[in-house]
Design a protein around this ligand. Sequence first.
Ligand code: DGY
Length: 327
Amino acid sequence: MSKPRVFVTRIIPDRGLRKVLEQTDATVWEDELPPPRSVLLEWASQADGLLTLLTDKIDAELMDAAPKLKVVANFAVGFDNFDVPAATQRGILMTNTPGVLTDTTADLAFALLMACARRIVEGRDYARNGHWRTWGPMLLMGQDIHGATLGIAGIGRIGLAMARRAVGFGMRILYHDAMRSEVAEKELGAIRVNKEELLTQSDFVSLHVPLTPETRHYIDAAALKMMKPNAILINTARGPVVDTMALYEALKARQIFAAGLDVTDPEPLPADHPLYTLDNALIVPHIASASFETRSKMAEMAADNLLAGLAGKLPPNCLNPEAFNKS
Ligand code: DGY
């Protein structure tokens, strides 16, 4: 029996890629940049399965061009690149990689929080560029982390992991979420508040909401105006959750203290974007899950999801199990 045809849209860590190469007839897109739309459509048209990244848009147009497609496995926990209802309608399974990147992502969110508060990158540049001539009583003063209030928008897996880190720093924890989290409240002492309370009371606001029509521009000019002048905004969720130009204006006017961004809108942020000109904007290139171990686990999980779907089984991390009976 011939092996299923698969298109893998980028080289992923070997722990997952090896399984896919052994068990399927796979083509791997080896470029650093994502396959152009026309290439993705062309390969999808012959594929039984796709292993995709968050940069690959999997929508109704693509699915209609892919008559054999059974399963699409995202190498990410976020899946705003997927049209899940369209896939369900067509009996195509869609999967993601939840859980394995929770702590690694929260580690980076907390690292950004600390780096912004204590102006680590500014200090590195100051020393490196020869400005360090003496110990300065007023030099590069930042914000205290211990004892400060952390506001978490979205208390899902990653938001909760962020709260756990904050406990170690003796922080007061607020959260805003449609759902109450007993774990956050009982184990970590977090207090559920509305959005306005979160923004007006927090010294740090960390975003952990998925990107949906409701969360697009969750942080806009009005939200930024509510934040304290010492506040620091951390975004490791998705770029469009923040209105980029409103953030630029707020940082430039020192309306808030700083922002640490792992994700941006647009993404990638072009090299000539004005945000890069601000010392109080710390921007890294969407690397929150980028540890060797976590990326290997994500690769393995995506491969297992893909292979299960191709074998006619319900993948372990299926986003639309309703599609299973139709497939
Ligand atoms: C995800 O998985 O959604 C992250 O943004 C990348 O790891």
